[in-house]
Design a protein. Sequence first.
Length: 86
Amino acid sequence: MDFTEIIGFSAAILTTAAFLPQVYKTWKTKDVSGLSLPMLLMFFIGVFLWLVYGFYKESPSMVSANAITVVSAFFLLYFKIKYSKK
């Protein structure tokens, strides 16, 4: 593994780990009032595109971070739709 991928994995761990507490908190409290649906949709699409880009660039750090984050973003989208007051 080269130095560039070490930097990539370090960034991947930090940015992915930073996102997980929000998913956990939303799951536990079922409070989605502070989450914006348009932001979540744009974020999900953006992370998905980063994932595709990572595959094209053959970057394990980019693929692993964005694979985890796209799943997390999907859960937040799901929670937002499921728990939003109608």
